[in-house]
Design a protein around this ligand. Structure first.
Ligand SMILES: Cc1ncc(COP(=O)(O)O)c(C=O)c1O
Length: 367
């Protein structure tokens, strides 16, 4: 379904289901709140737009004050660039000859940056950019405690030196993504980990500067911890993504409430065979399942307790027992990014009516 004159007069409950919805008033509130916070902290906001994968939404974020965007994959960056986004930081390790070539080509068209934790990759990216005649910003990726990718801070200076030695690479700065400051931890533990991560990235920055190399940008920030880490003196840029919508994970991390969640999947009750059991027409195919936690609803007495691929199993109590086949229910995904990646379209709702239908342009871009 693409927006037409008829579509924009549709009411939310006229939509076929499952449909991925975003409440535009709430999304704009979340967007402006983070933009204002970053401004007040004196840091640039470079939102992670792999969260929504929609170039038009990125343009809204840029208009609200963001300085460029982040993505994870070369193919995502190519898709956004093709839709007019011209300042992209790929906050991920990019490895492989085809990808070096594509990076170098894209860097010729837009302002492009990439993270790295490997000296051989630096050489190969340098070579590809030399061949292409393009320049690429490079950020040394520091392991600040997540233990996913990123060099030990003690090795940051030698890697920065490798980058500086490549004619077509520009050492832009450091990335210290503190994605471990999240689920399953107490508030106090999250605060401790966030501060420790910022000490680690600061240590890495100083070690590079002692070699006489300038570190212009220190880019950090998840949607859980940006509220703390943006205030750290070494930080110049934050890169949260999910703050735009909020989701079950961010509710569990105490940085949002269910009322702040802008993204839902609209479903229809497709079966009700007993008082306390019903099934909606959306299961793992519509929500994804990477967090292993079921989506929640604001409707009373309704709890999703099991997925099949196309079925969401509901346990009903109290008011929920009154549900009937054909009733509509909205569910908030546990992880907004992976849920959006399941859908072709994102429907923008304002005051109960369809205002926008965005194709999820960078959906499924894995390479
Ligand atoms: C490197 C990096 N930066 C930023 C983000 C955005 O953080 P969040 O998803 O908490 O909004 C992610 C998300 O996975 C990430 O991997």
């Amino acid at each position: 379904m693409y927006p037409t004159d008829e579509t924009i007069y549709l009411k939310k409950n006229d939509l076929d289901t499952p449909s991925l919805l975003v409440e535009l008033d709430l999304m704009e509130k979340n967007m402006n709140r983070m933009a204002k916070f970053a401004r007040e902290c004196g840091v640039n906001l470079r939102p992670h737009v792999k969260t929504h994968k929609v170039p038009d939404i990125a343009k809204k974020q840029l208009a609200a004050g963001a300085k460029g965007v982040c993505l994870q994959k070369v193919s995502e960056a190519e898709a956004f660039a093709a839709h007019g986004i011209d300042d992209i930081f790929i906050t991920n390790e990019i490895v492989g000859d085809q990808k070096y070539e594509r990076l170098a080509k894209l860097a010729d068209k837009i302002h492009l940056g990439v993270a790295t934790d490997n000296a051989e990759v630096v050489k190969q990216m340098g070579k590809a950019c030399r061949n292409e005649g393009s320049e690429l910003d490079v950020y040394v990726d520091i392991d600040v405690g997540m233990h996913r990718c990123g060099v030990d801070p003690k090795r940051a200076a030698s890697l920065a030196k490798e980058v500086s030695g490549e004619k077509n690479l520009i050492l832009k700065g450091l990335m210290g993504y503190e994605g471990h400051v999240g689920s399953g931890k107490t508030k106090a533990e999250r605060l401790r980990l966030a501060n420790e991560a910022m000490r680690t990235v600061t240590e890495a920055k100083r070690s590079i500067e002692r070699k006489g190399i300038n570190v212009e940008v220190v880019s950090v920030g998840s949607s859980t911890s940006t509220w703390v880490t943006a205030k750290h003196p070494a930080v110049t840029e934050v890169q949260p993504g999910m703050y735009l919508f909020n989701d079950g994970g961010l509710v569990d991390n105490d940085v949002a409430t269910l009322a702040d969640c802008a993204l839902t999947v609209l479903t229809t009750v497709m079966s009700k065979t007993s008082d306390d059991h019903a099934v909606v027409d959306a299961g793992s195919k519509a929500f994804q399942w990477d967090q292993g936690i079921f989506p929640r609803t604001r409707s009373p007495g309704v709890k999703m307790v099991k997925f099949s691929e196309e079925h969401g199993w509901l346990q009903l109590s109290g008011k929920g027992k009154g549900l009937r086949v054909g009733d509509r229910l909205e569910f908030i995904p546990q992880h907004c990014c992976t849920c959006i990646n399941q859908h072709d379209e994102l429907v923008g709702i304002r005051s109960g009516r369809v205002e926008k239908v965005w194709p999820v342009v960078a959906r499924g871009k894995m390479k």
